[in-house]
Design a binder for this molecule. Structure first.
Ligand code: KG4
Ligand code: ZN
Length: 360
């Protein structure tokens, strides 16, 4: 019924200072239950993910109450399985990290409650991690990690942001979405052409069969200065084009290709601007839309032509996962962050204020 991915990493060395402290990471902000164990010395020890896709598919989108209930069912067995995979017992853990927001409140509370209870029972420190900081730091799980300062393009189902990262934990918001996030635009566009949930990856696969230049859509907000995004008008353009078309499978693929091209070019233009504005020569791309092959190829090409180093997480760490939360939590614990044992979640939460909020 559920898709399960379980991986034991082969003890990759981490760039971070040694404190020998396996940290459990728990991600339950939306429709994936993610668990991982990250050790600042030995790297990622194990991670596992239950996707709720099939649970929500009949409804065409995530049903929050079903998501929460499924996290309740899956989280503890997944923690046990991940620890076993890492060859650890709960007594070997030195900290617990969980996604404290943003996300669905019920889903967040499941992870926060479980993580806090575990930490309390084991007398361990626990930290609430900002979900988008998890995404932002996911490329640090790779063998050749980026080092600040850099610009991060964070593109997920809920966010499209450009962030200036002066240091880990020091984030300045450069640009944000005024309406739909990039992933949301993918999902809504897919839905209006009757593609199944989750629309983004399905639409991206369909786009591969589309013909170049059969349709052309606007590159929103690229005709004026600034780093903000707006993708909801694009969705309307697609709707009008789809309604006026012959609605064949080939046309659907052609529209998907033109839509993807519009998003990819818009994101590339804004990345170029953000790098010029900050003087950074390193770009980090993360979040679910970062799994888009066309976007990855275009930004890699852009980086090669402009001597900008471009970093992406591996595909499975672009979308939601526990590994990025375990890593972000381990870095926070390593930096000495400690929180009172309250169960606190932030369904809406600004990334650039999250470190101060976590202390408060
Ligand atoms: O980061 P993520 O897993 O969850 C959020 O934090 O929102 O991102 C999910 C989003 C969805 O909107 C999904 O459609 C989109 O990422 N996505 C993609 C691709 N894979 C996932 N969008 C375009 N192309 C893809 N290959
Ligand atoms: Zn996410």
């Amino acid at each position: 019924m559920y898709s399960i991915r379980m991986t034991a990493s082969n003890a990759k060395r981490s760039v971070h200072a040694p404190i020998c402290a396996p940290v459990l990471g728990v991600e339950t902000s939306c429709d994936e239950t993610g668990v991982a164990v990250y050790d600042p010395v030995r790297g990622l020890l194990a991670h596992a993910l239950y996707s709720q896709i099939r649970l929500h598919a009949d409804y065409g989108g995530v049903v929050p109450e079903l998501a929460s209930r499924d996290h309740v069912r899956k989280l503890l067995p997944l923690i046990r399985a991940t620890l076993a995979q890492a060859g650890l017992g709960v007594g070997d853990l030195r900290g617990v990290a969980y996604t404290a927001g943003p996300g669905l409140v019920g889903a967040l509370l499941v992870g926060a409650t479980m993580a806090r209870a575990l930490a309390w029972a084991l007398d361990l420190p626990a930290v609430g991690v900002h979900h988008m900081e998890g995404h932002l730091l996911a490329p640090l799980l790779e063998a050749d990690p980026p080092a600040p300062p850099f610009v991060a393009l964070l593109v997920s189902g809920g966010h499209s942001m450009l962030i200036e990262v002066a240091a880990i934990g020091r984030y300045t918001l450069l640009g944000d979405t005024l309406d739909d996030a990039a992933g949301e635009a993918f999902d809504k566009t897919a839905k209006l052409m009757d593609l199944p949930y989750p629309g983004g990856p399905v639409l991206a696969r369909l786009a591969e069969r589309g013909r170049a230049d059969a349709f052309r859509f606007a590159r929103p907000m690229t005709d004026r200065p600034g780093l903000d995004f707006s993708f909801s008008g694009l969705k309307t353009q697609v709707l009008l084009a789809w309604q006026a078309s012959d609605q064949t499978e080939q046309t659907k693929a052609d529209i998907a290709r033109a839509f993807e091209e519009a998003i990819v070019e818009t994101l590339t233009i804004k990345c170029r601007r953000a790098l010029a504005a900050t003087g950074a020569r390193t770009l980090v791309v993360a979040g679910g839309v970062g799994a888009n092959r066309h976007l990855r190829a275009r930004l890699a090409e852009f980086g090669a032509s402009e001597s900008v180093r471009v970093y992406f997480p591996r595909l499975e760490f672009c979308t939601d996962n526990g590994a990025m939360i375990a890593l972000a939590g381990a870095l926070r614990l390593q930096a000495g962050q400690r929180e009172t044992p309250h169960i606190k979640v932030h369904p809406r939460w600004d990334l650039h204020r999250s470190h101060a909020d976590a202390r408060g």
